[in-house]
Design a protein around this ligand. Structure first.
Ligand SMILES: [Zn+2]
Length: 306
């Protein structure tokens, strides 16, 4: 892909009929959710531990197709204390079958965000749909620079240096290969820029990245707090079926049992605090709240405020 958009006809920006960015404020912090474009997911991967009939009933309840569904992909830009922070980077050119994704860089450009002005990158984890955008040549030209720290958990970097997929029993065979390839190239290109943390790190005023583990061993969420407002960017800890079925194992979780524990703990906390949730794979703009519904949860999308 080039920033001149040779691989996708129609330049995004003001000409896009469907919006691809959504701005909100958390106290003094500016947040922009950016859609990278949709992936797709074969529905058995939504819940590898579910009775197929229960999974089919959920899909029917959600008015979704039974075989393959649109799987949204979002990233975010956060501005606080004079810093401009990218959280994740979309798919880039990592999976040509997902031809409608990989638009992150174009959409940042359309939003007037110059990559040269970015001060930090935060990674929730190093799967290719989160680091892929950083591997595009035109992006590398602007983000491979010593003054740009890339914040990630030490556990995540350590995992990809010597990966062990033994707990990921239901992962499709192609996935570890594709994930390792992208992570290897990411570490080769940006390894010297990594700013690793153990448990958490405050990247800018009110912007804290915190390791959760689960989805990957070093998976992290980003928690924003300013002036009494709070928002959590949950990465892949929360997925579209997570509210109705928080105990479902997604096929792409490295440690599904731990991922479910992390998910339930986070959803409980978010329901208690009432803070805003944004997640990578919830439908754009992926801005809403979590409510408790009996012994599961409910996703309450925010009313668009514009
Ligand atoms: Zn993901």
């Amino acid at each position: 892909m080039s920033l001149d958009n040779t691989s996708h006809p129609g330049r995004p920006g003001t000409s896009e009929l469907v919006p691809s960015r959504y701005a909100l404020r958390v106290g003094e912090i500016d947040v922009l959710v950016v859609s990278d474009g949709p992936l797709s997911m074969k529905t058995p991967n939504l819940a590898t531990n579910a009775d197929p009939a229960v999974r089919a009933a959920w899909l029917d309840h959600m008015c979704l197709p039974t075989d393959e569904i649109v799987f949204p992909l979002n990233a975010a830009v956060v501005r606080s204390g004079g810093r401009t922070i990218l959280i994740d980077s979309g798919l880039g050119e990592e999976h040509p079958d997902f031809a409608r994704a990989g638009r992150w860089a174009l959409r940042l450009e359309a939003a007037g965000i110059d990559l040269a002005s970015v001060t930090d990158v935060v990674l929730t984890h190093m799967h290719f749909d989160h680091v892929g955008g950083l591997l595009v040549d035109e992006v590398k030209d602007r983000l491979r620079r010593p003054d740009l720290p890339i914040h990630a958990s030490a556990a995540e970097a350590k995992f990809w240096a010597s990966p062990d997929f033994s707990r990921s029993i239901s992962m499709p065979a192609w996935f570890p290969v594709a994930a390792q390839s992208a992570a290897d190239r990411f570490l080769a290109e940006y390894g010297s820029q990594l700013r690793l943390f153990e448990a958490e790190s405050e990247v800018a005023p009110g912007v804290v990245v915190r390791r959760t583990g689960g989805h990957t061993v070093g998976h992290s969420v980003v928690r924003l707090a300013s002036g009494g407002d709070r928002l959590t960017f949950a990465g892949d800890a929360v997925l579209p079926a997570s509210f109705d079925h928080p105990d479902w194992y997604n096929a792409f979780e490295h440690d599904p049992e731990e991922a479910a524990r992390v998910r339930v703990g986070l959803l409980r906390e978010l329901a208690e605090t009432g803070e805003v949730l944004v997640a990578c794979h919830l439908p754009f703009p992926s801005v809403g709240h979590v409510a408790v519904a009996g012994d599961v949860f409910r996703w309450v999308p925010a009313f668009w405020d514009y």
